[in-house]
Write a protein that binds this ligand. Structure first.
Ligand code: CP3
Length: 350
């Protein structure tokens, strides 16, 4: 195995000493980069995901172009529902669509049990290839959606123009038993998938619970957190850190900090310092600059980035990131400016 030349991110995940705060950006391999759009112009989104050479190429772009301290494999959380048998389409400027959404136990029974080494071989090949092409420059992150977030898409049928949240709520309140059968099935698939990604070369994994915030505190525990815990306890790993990003669940941070994850990713509505004093130092924190700050000028970006660093304060265990994915119309030079500012300013905090 190649030794990493820059392991700041992995050290920060384990709350070890670092010389400066590492930074990567959620959705860093994406449309704000002209280099990404050039590749994307040639093929559709899913073909890109399914062609390891192209997926590896765009995975590495943000490392070369904006200088982040970790790469995240280019793919999508919805490859799992597709592998389980649902027809997936990414509709230009509208988002994902899953055909024949799940509405009953018979729909659930039709879903296949996946074997990642066959059904998602293309992702594992992309991981191995990206890992090889990175040749130890920075660590590589693998990811999956949480069972709750994946179930939301599977039941809603995508992130359509309709408000996400009505169909999924009807489902869990009218048929909680089937909802739990489905969540359990997805959790097993995600655990196997993340284990396979680690085996293929991922140095860390992140679980995205983008729709956790749709739930009340008690429901979050029942329908989301429980299955995140199950996954973490089932992932086969040595020392590879697990990150959990749950959007909009400020009311559950104590529970989240005890779910077995090494790192909790926060959205921008929380203050890192306050969260730290509330949950202590048992996990590292990742985040949490408001993604729209990147629409601002350099002075604004610097001031807001320093606020985030100051809020966390002097200590190990912070990974700088945005509070959600980078937006497609952000100027790439602003993203690079943020990376440079964090690299420079964060030295004072270590
Ligand atoms: O972070 C990275 O750079 C890795 C790539 C990545 C993508 N999707 C690529 C992508 C990651 C980590 C994801 C995760 C993902 N996918 C999530 C969780 C993170 C989050 O943002 O909350 C979710 C909810 C999805 C589902 C999904 N995929 C949506 C809702 C959309 C459409 C919305 C949009 O941003 O266009 C996608 C498509 C998608 N996934 C794109 C990219 C780069 C844009 C498609 C394109 O290039 O045409």
């Amino acid at each position: 195995m190649t030794k990493l030349k820059n392991d700041l991110f992995l050290r920060a995940c384990k709350r070890k000493k670092v010389e400066r705060t590492p930074i990567w950006i959620m959705r860093q391999a994406g449309r704000y980069l002209p280099e990404y759009r050039a590749v994307r112009k040639k093929v559709d989104f899913l073909t890109m995901c399914k062609t390891p050479e192209l997926a590896a190429e765009v995975t590495i772009q943000p490392v070369d172009i904006i200088g982040v301290d970790a790469a995240i494999i280019f793919s999508d959380i919805l490859v799992i529902p597709e592998a389980m048998g649902m027809k997936l389409e990414m509709i230009e400027s509208k988002g994902p669509k899953l055909y024949n959404p799940i509405r009953s136990i018979s729909d659930i029974n039709r879903l296949r049990k996946i074997d990642p080494s066959k059904d998602l071989k293309y992702v594992l090949d992309a991981v191995s290839l990206a890992k090889k092409e990175l040749s130890g420059r920075v660590p590589l992150i693998g990811f999956a959606g949480s069972p709750w977030t994946l179930m939301t898409y599977m039941v809603e049928g995508g992130g359509s123009s309709r408000q996400v949240g009505t169909e999924i709520k009807k489902f869990i309140y009218n048929d909680p038993k089937s909802a739990h059968v489905l969540l359990d099935k997805i959790a097993d698939a995600v655990a196997e998938y993340l284990s396979a990604k680690i085996e293929a070369g991922a140095d860390a994994v992140q679980i995205f619970d983008t729709w956790g915030g749709l739930l009340s505190p008690a429901d979050f525990e029942e329908f989301s957190l429980r299955y995140i815990e199950k996954i973490i306890s089932q992932i086969k790993r040595k020392d590879e850190p697990v990150i959990v990003f749950a959007k909009g669940v400020h009311y559950k941070l104590n529970k989240l900090a005890n779910c077995g994850a090494d790192v909790i990713g926060l959205d921008w509505t929380m203050e890192l310092g306050k969260v730290r004093s509330k949950i202590g130092n048992k996990v590292s924190l990742q985040g949490n600059l408001d993604p729209t700050v990147l629409y601002g000028n350099e002075e604004k970006i610097r001031n807001e980035a320093v606020k985030v660093l100051k809020s966390f304060g002097k200590n190990n265990g912070h990974i700088f990131n945005l509070g959600h994915g980078i937006l497609p119309d952000v100027k790439p030079e602003n993203a690079k400016f943020l990376v440079d500012v964090v690299k420079e300013e964060s030295k004072k905090f270590h």
